[in-house]
Design a protein around this ligand. Structure first.
Ligand code: BEZ
Length: 270
């Protein structure tokens, strides 16, 4: 993963003593007080660590994508084995035979050649069982005039959905007849090192934008290959940004022409 930190920032971070977080004491000690007792950090750093380690979100950009075993429409998988060192997208859907989900899966299926061109494997997830998925795929193929080829995980018990936090805390209408939370519309882009590189979370009521999923994959792959950053609304072929960690002199040696709008805003060709 490309780093945009300056050398001195990296040095300072690496010299900061690593914190060993012991287990939080009894519930009577507030998380904040406990945190400030345990963490010999500046007050601004402490603000971000005001929850106990157990309560910190576990899936962050750069986290390893958690492994799981699941039944899919193409057989049982171990997720890490299925990834097999490839880029991948894992995307979830609230339920089979629902209108927005049907349009989304049809669109992703029609774009399968675009994902393949970028070396990205695709895997969907919906909170129903395999027999339901098979019948639903027939509908998707009919409606979108496609031939859906990627696996869809059968996650009727929401085991994978909870592992990846693909659930909605607030939309109490978004539950099934047993009162279990449906999954929301999440996208995880995972790189060949199994690291989560991008997450998107959409509510059940709003279909995603497939062009944006492809655009961020293009950006991530270009960033990794060239050591650049990409500006707002960037698409392949447009100028890219020289990251702050690279001097203009070094950027000229590496990329050729550099267009300097501000000392901190410099464009070049990828
Ligand atoms: C849909 O796919 O249309 C949908 C699913 C769950 C809640 C709302 C909409």
């Amino acid at each position: 993963m490309a780093s945009f930190l300056t050398r001195s920032a990296i040095r300072a971070a690496s010299q900061t003593p690593r914190l060993a977080f012991p287990k939080a004491p009894s519930s009577t000690t507030s998380a904040l007080r406990w945190s400030s007792i345990q963490n010999p950090l500046s007050s601004s750093s402490r603000r971000f660590l005001a929850t106990t380690p157990e309560k910190q979100p576990s899936l962050r950009l750069g986290s390893e994508a958690p492994n799981f075993q699941a039944k899919t429409t193409q057989g049982d998988i171990d997720f890490h084995q299925w990834l097999a060192g490839s880029w991948a997208i894992l995307f979830s859907h609230p339920a089979d035979f629902t209108p927005v989900c049907t349009t989304e899966l049809g669109a992703f299926s029609r774009l399968a050649p675009e994902f393949a061109k970028r070396g990205v494997k695709m895997i969907g997830l919906s909170a129903n069982d395999l027999s339901s998925h098979s019948r639903w795929i027939a509908d998707i193929n009919e409606v979108a005039a496609t031939d859906l080829q990627f696996p869809i995980i059968a996650d009727a018990d929401r085991r994978v959905a909870f592992l990846y936090d693909m659930v909605d805390a607030q939309d109490l209408a978004n539950i099934d007849e047993k009162g279990i939370a449906f999954t929301i519309r999440s996208v995880f882009v995972i790189d060949p090192a199994k690291k989560i590189r991008l997450t998107m979370m959409y509510p059940a009521s709003t279909g995603r934008n497939t062009a944006e999923v492809l655009r961020v994959i293009d950006s991530l792959q270009t960033v990794d290959k060239k050591g650049i950053a990409t500006p707002i609304d960037w698409t392949v072929g447009q100028d890219v940004i020289v990251p702050p960690s690279v001097s203009t002199e070094d950027a000229k040696k590496k990329f050729g022409n550099v267009r300097e709008v501000k000392p901190y805003l410099r464009y070049t060709k990828a």
